[in-house]
Design a protein around this ligand. Structure first.
Ligand code: NAD
Ligand code: MG
Length: 386
């Protein structure tokens, strides 16, 4: 990686986007440079980021926000691209080498698709893209020779562990889960939990949607599906274990019984950086392991009764087809209704179950079919009543 690599960050104002910019700032050898930054509507922060990083383009999908930025950029060399088309154009520019896909939800699929279609290397945080369209996305990446590198900490860990053996030597992968803020609670105790309680994650600071997903364990469910497509695994090769310390980010067991794990303090800058510099490793701004103090690591099986979202994920992984699109869209809509105070915490898996059961299953969907299933599942959850 001799020349500086030109990076576009989709979702630069979010939790992953900011961490990605922190990685670029720390890179004093200037191997990575921000060429484009994109967000939905947070135009003030985007302008601030543009001042610091001097990208060639900024993009906002929200037209009103884009209109406000327009005036602010006059006289600078930064060009504004507006709307969803703007994102697609930006990632496909010939000068772009790598794209950090860090928009939240299925809204990230279109621009991730465009980046892969243009053969760009994609550092993928947006797991929903693989949940919705895993087989189509991975096939596109193969066809275009576009590297698809994991940013999700568990998948980065698995990716790193897999380098100790051959694909055919893998027996299983074990994804770790912190258990979220409600680990150890009973269903009764979860009946009245508020969005504020669910938004308090014990080990990670993240955007609101993934934080709620971590509380329901839907995040782990989505990650199980993500792992299946990213690493071309069979469903029975994927397991989940609860590990409250979030130090072991995941493990791979090989056929000889050897289990390889990746450990580091919880900080997303490490997996983001590795996805951007792979196969090289560079000094990283994330904190280092301190073994001068004693450290205990715990592992125990997940409580599948209290957190039914996890089994929804395993079921959807086995079914494939349109099931991922239905589950993902239903979950996005249900999380929003929970945050808006319209449904209870325990209603999230119920609403997802209903949308999944009512959707018209197609085993080999096109992108257009996935889009239609997504829309219908959202409508279903909007109407859903406990
Ligand atoms: P966030 O809510 O903090 O940020 C989301 C970003 O996407 C913002 O910049 C926002 O402007 C942009 N955005 C939202 N909707 C958009 C749209 N329709 N069009 C264009 N831009 C849009 O979210 P986050 O926590 O950074 O998560 C981003 C993605 O990364 C999610 O898919 C999440 O599952 C994944 N992820 C996050 C973490 C983490 O630590 N935060 C860890 C692993 C994976
Ligand atoms: Mg994760």
């Amino acid at each position: 990686m001799a020349d500086p690599q030109n990076v576009v960050i989709l979702g630069s104002t979010g939790s992953i986007g900011r961490s990605a910019l922190s990685v670029l700032e720390h890179d004093n050898r200037r191997r990575l440079r921000a060429l484009g930054l994109a967000a939905r509507s947070s135009w003030e922060e985007l302008i601030e980021q543009a001042r610091r990083h001097q990208p060639r383009w900024v993009a906002l999908t929200d037209p009103e926000a884009a209109a406000r930025v327009d005036g602010q950029l006059r006289g600078t060399s930064v060009e504004l691209l507006a709307g969803r088309d703007g994102l697609v154009r930006m990632v496909q520019e010939p000068a772009v080498d790598k794209v950090v896909s860090a928009i939240v939800g299925a809204a990230g699929l279109e621009s991730t698709w465009a980046a892969l279609e243009a053969g760009k290397a994609v550092a993928l945080a947006n797991k929903e893209t693989l949940v919705v369209g895993g087989p189509l996305i991975t096939e596109l990446a193969r066809e275009r020779n576009a590297p698809l590198l994991p940013v999700d900490s568990e998948h980065s860990a698995i990716f790193q562990c897999l380098q100790s053996g051959q694909p055919r030597e893998v027996r299983r992968v074990i994804l770790t889960s912190s258990g979220g803020p409600f680990r150890g609670k009973s269903r009764r105790e979860l009946e009245g939990v508020t969005p504020e309680q669910a938004l308090r994650h014990p080990t990670w600071r993240m955007g609101p949607k993934i934080t709620i997903d971590s509380a329901t364990l839907m995040n782990k469910a989505l990650e199980v599906i993500e792992a299946r497509w990213l690493f071309d695994l069979r469903p029975e090769q994927i397991e989940v274990v609860v590990h409250p310390e979030s130090i072991v980010h995941s493990m791979v067991e090989f056929v000889d019984g050897s289990v390889v794990a990746q450990l580091s303090p919880p900080d997303m800058r490490l997996p983001i950086q590795y996805a951007l510099t792979y196969p090289d490793r560079l000094d990283c701004p994330s904190p280092r392991f301190d073994l001068t103090r004693s450290l205990a690591l715990h592992f125990h099986p997940p409580d599948r009764e209290t957190f039914p979202c996890l089994d929804l994920g395993f079921e959807v992984m086995r079914r494939g087809g349109t099931a991922g699109a239905a589950l993902n869209a239903a979950n996005e809509a249900a999380v929003q209704r929970f945050l808006d105070g319209q449904i209870a915490f325990l209603d999230i898996p119920r609403a997802c179950r209903a949308a999944l059961d009512h959707h018209e299953f197609d085993p080999r969907p096109s992108l257009a079919t996935l889009d239609a299933v997504d829309r219908r599942a959202r409508q279903e959850v909007a109407r859903w009543a406990p």
